[in-house]
Design a protein around this ligand. Structure first.
Ligand code: ADP
Length: 817
């Protein structure tokens, strides 16, 4: 089809080319003919001017080759002059009559030749016709059209279709093309072509041979050029060209197809990408929604846990029954685990939902390390692990960074180290190195690299597992660690926090020998003063804390607490019961405001999240009150938002302090001590019972490094004695006189563990009754060991217990007996 289409396209192209060629032939031939006429016109003018010298003038012009000659004909068919044949008649050539009518004309007469004729004027009248007659045999030579290098056939015809100039291409000329079937159609096509242009061409197949016919008008009126040329002459390259065209076209189609395929494929890809993108977006938004949900859930879960822990701490405070206290302690420890788990989840979901921010503040390095130490020390001691704080004294005392996060990182690593170590040592090494000043990195020379290494002698991590360690929620060695509580959240969170702070975390571990987790962070220096000896600072601080924890009463002080949870209100009141402080409560910010407008408070405690009006809003409105008895009252924020950023936010808001829930008694008391007016606070000696006993007996105080207060919890003891001081004193006397040291020693030396058990059981009960809790607990442990047949434990701990027990007896004896 393509070929056919091409053929026809090509045909019309060729036809156009042939018509154009015919036009050129016609023009060239026409020029030659017109030239003849023009020269005749010139001669005619000469003749007109000199009618009497015709003979002379023309005879000088005659062609020496004899191809043509001149003649002059008068109107009466009389030859006035002739350079050749005199037998030329007026009727032989149409040119005579035309020229007598004023025309310049070319006419042909078979056998006589080709005649060019022009009029000769005498004044305004035509007197003669001047002609130049080319003899028959010289016509083609002078005027024949040589077409297509002689391979074509072209003739000039007059208006009667008579040939006036023939072609010498005899073969074609003699062929019977003209008048063949189909020629009529060609003629018509040629004629119609001539109507719109001065030349046209058409194609016709005759006897299986393809020809192109052509026709072109000459400038001379009535003369046309007609001709024919075999198609093979003009279109020998047609097949080649059409093949080329098809080839090129094919190539184009091929390229086009490739382009289309590319377009389709890339469109498909784009669509797939778009879908992938959409899916990714969906997944991301789903994950974000999940994170937000988790964050909200964690928040909601934390509130009741805080309540439970608060209530439980009340139980611990008030309950004297040993086994109930045990339960309460278990609740406390499980609750704390749950709380830290929920906090981890909250943090991870915060990071995932992009809500976690690093909030740098100036922090005391000692405070951070001290708190981390305290957090883990008890657990380490319970497992009989040595906890070593290898803290460089050169560390700047205060750094600038995200304190909350750094605490979290150290706590996580330390508690893991304790968790995954059964014996030996956990060492926290912390040091800093100065960073060289490098203005290129925007470093003003006030930065240090902070190194935190947590080393343990624990179970270690297999080499193949090290890579997985920081990945999402991975727990390793599940079989071996199945008894160890954990979620795999900790290290993932730790890594994310370190990453957020632009730091590095890595681990070196030998399976079965222990691990070292290494964290490396950049921190700004806030106070260059070196930290100094950690243990020395620690001891100083413990002494200060002890002083701060001394109990007090403030019966004239009045505080307000706003919290929407009834349980929290109860816990708060319970914790402050002994202080005798007056407590007003409100269940939301709006209620609190009403009370604040009315009454003066020494301290106001506001919970953050409350219905109707939250703590922050209540605080803002309180500060805007025009007239208030509480213009200068310190306001403390209570919040479960222990995890984060909260502290800075509250302090920026203008709160005086912030207490995290669950509220710890010592924190609440030291906060009150800080803010209550000094004149309202009355100190209460811790061992008042002992003191009053002293006063009664007027005995000098013992000069001993161990104090009675190290052994006795007066409150517990008094509670067992119905808070009757006298009765308590009697009980103490009883205790001393029932000294079981000798019996215990004897039973131990005889390895009579049944007797030992009975004796130590008695010590357990009586010790608890007087408030010697530690001795009672140790006795209980020995009793249990005897019961379970763990005599090694008894052997290991007997000596230490006896020392403690006798020391207590000695002290009591000196003081009371
Ligand atoms: P988990 O709550 O299970 O302790 P972590 O993310 O804190 O979660 O730790 C992930 C896993 O890495 C742990 O389950 C444990 O197998 C391993 N691991 C972490 N710290 C130590 C360590 N100090 N010694 C040995 N293994 C550890």
């Amino acid at each position: 089809m393509l070929r056919i289409k091409f053929s026809s396209l090509f045909q019309s192209y060729v036809e156009k080319q042939i018509a154009f060629q015919a036009e050129n032939y016609a023009e060239a031939t026409g020029e030659r003919l017109v030239l003849q006429l023009k020269s005749l016109v010139g001669i005619s003018a000469g003749l007109s001017a000199n009618m009497y010298n015709i003979d002379r003038m023309l005879s000088t012009l005659e062609d020496p080759n004899g191809e043509f000659y001149y003649g002059v004909m008068a109107l009466n068919d009389k030859i006035v002059y002739s350079g050749g044949d005199h037998d030329i008649r007026f009727a032989d050539f149409k040119g005579f009559s035309e020229s007598f009518h004023g025309a310049k004309y070319i006419s042909y007469c078979k056998g006589k030749g080709l005649l060019f004729s022009v009029p000769v004027y005498s004044g305004k009248n035509i007197k003669y016709v001047l002609f130049r007659l080319f003899k028959e045999e010289f016509i083609i030579k002078n005027f024949g059209v040589v077409s297509y290098g002689g391979k074509g056939y072209a003739v000039l015809r007059d208006s009667k279709d008579e040939i006036i100039i023939d072609s010498d291409n005899e073969a074609l000329g003699k062929s019977l093309l003209w008048g063949k079937r189909g020629y009529q159609a060609v003629r018509e096509k040629l004629a119609s072509g001539l109507n719109v242009s001065i030349a046209s061409a058409a194609n016709l197949e005759v006897d299986g041979v393809e020809y192109y016919y052509f026709v072109a008008d000459l400038k001379l009126p009535g003369v046309v050029l007609t001709g024919v040329v075999p198609a093979e002459v003009v279109a020998s390259e047609k097949d080649d060209i059409s093949f080329l065209i098809i080839w090129v076209f094919g190539l184009l189609i091929f390229m086009f197809s490739i382009a289309m395929i590319y377009v389709v494929v890339s469109e498909k890809k784009a669509r797939e990408n778009k879908e992938l993108l959409r899916e990714k977006e969906n997944a991301e938004s789903a994950s974000k929604a999940k994170s937000i949900f988790l964050a909200n859930m964690s928040h909601e879960i934390r509130t009741p846990i805080n309540g439970i822990l608060g209530m439980d701490s009340m139980l611990l405070k008030e309950c004297k029954d040993e086994s109930l206290r045990d339960y309460a302690l278990n609740i406390q420890s499980a609750g704390q685990t749950l709380l830290s788990l929920v906090n981890d989840i909250l943090d991870i979901s915060k990071i995932e939902s992009g809500k976690m921010e690093i909030l740098p503040v100036t922090y005391s390095v000692f405070n951070v390390l001290n708190d981390c130490y305290n957090m883990v020390a008890i657990r380490a001691k319970d497992k009989n692990l040595e906890l070593v704080m290898d803290i460089s004294p050169e560390i700047p005392a205060a750094l600038f960074g995200d304190e909350v996060r750094i605490r979290q990182i150290i706590n996580n690593l330390l508690s893991n180290a304790v968790k995954y170590t059964n014996e030996g040592t956990v060492t926290l090494s912390v040091w800093t190195e100065k960073v060289d000043v490098d203005p290129m990195q925007g470093n003003n020379g006030n930065q240090v690299e902070l190194f935190i290494h947590v080393k343990d002698t624990g179970i270690g991590i297999r080499e193949k597992d090290v890579g997985k360690l920081f990945r999402d929620f991975v727990r390793l060695d599940e079989k071996r660690n199945r008894n160890i509580e954990g979620t795999g959240l900790g290290l993932n969170l730790t890594k994310q926090l370190v990453d957020m702070m632009g730091g590095f975390i890595s681990v070196d571990s030998v399976y079965g020998e222990g691990s070292t987790f290494k964290v490396h962070l950049m921190q700004q220096v806030s106070d260059e003063k070196p930290l100094g000896d950690f243990y020395k600072l620690y001891k100083q601080q413990v002494n200060v804390m002890d002083a701060a924890h001394e109990k007090f009463i403030a019966p004239d002080a009045r505080v307000l607490l706003a919290d929407d949870m009834q349980m929290n209100l109860k816990v708060f009141a319970g914790l402050l019961k002994d202080t005798k402080i007056q407590i007003d409560t409100a269940i939301n910010g709006a209620e609190a405001l009403k009370l604040i407008e009315k009454n003066h408070y020494d301290v106001v405690f506001l919970d953050h999240m409350m219905p109707v009006m939250d703590g922050i809003e209540a605080f803002r409105q309180m500060r805007q009150l025009a007239k208030s008895p509480n213009t200068n009252t310190p306001v403390v924020m209570l919040t479960a938002n222990a995890v984060v950023d909260a502290k800075n936010q509250y302090m920026d808001e203008g709160f005086s302090d912030y207490i995290a829930k669950p509220i710890r008694e010592e924190v609440l008391l030291s906060c009150l001590k800080k803010f209550l007016p000094k004149e309202l606070v009355k100190s209460v000696a811790k061992n008042s019972a002992v003191e009053s006993a002293n006063a009664e007996n007027e005995k000098p105080a013992v000069q001993s490094s161990t104090k009675l207060s190290d052994f006795l919890d007066e409150a517990t003891g008094l509670a067992y004695c119905m808070n009757d001081q006298k009765f308590y004193k009697e009980m103490l006397g009883e205790y001393v006189s029932a000294d079981k040291t000798e019996e215990l020693m004897e039973a131990f030396s005889k390895e009579d563990f049944e007797y030992y058990r009975i004796t130590v059981h008695a010590v357990k009960s009586t010790s608890l009754t007087i408030g010697a809790i530690k001795v009672s607990e140790d006795a209980k442990a020995l009793e249990m060991a005897c019961k379970e047949g763990d005599f090694d434990f008894v052997k290991k701990n007997h000596e230490a217990f006896i020392q403690k027990y006798t020391a207590l007896i000695r002290l009591l004896r000196t003081e009371f007996c």
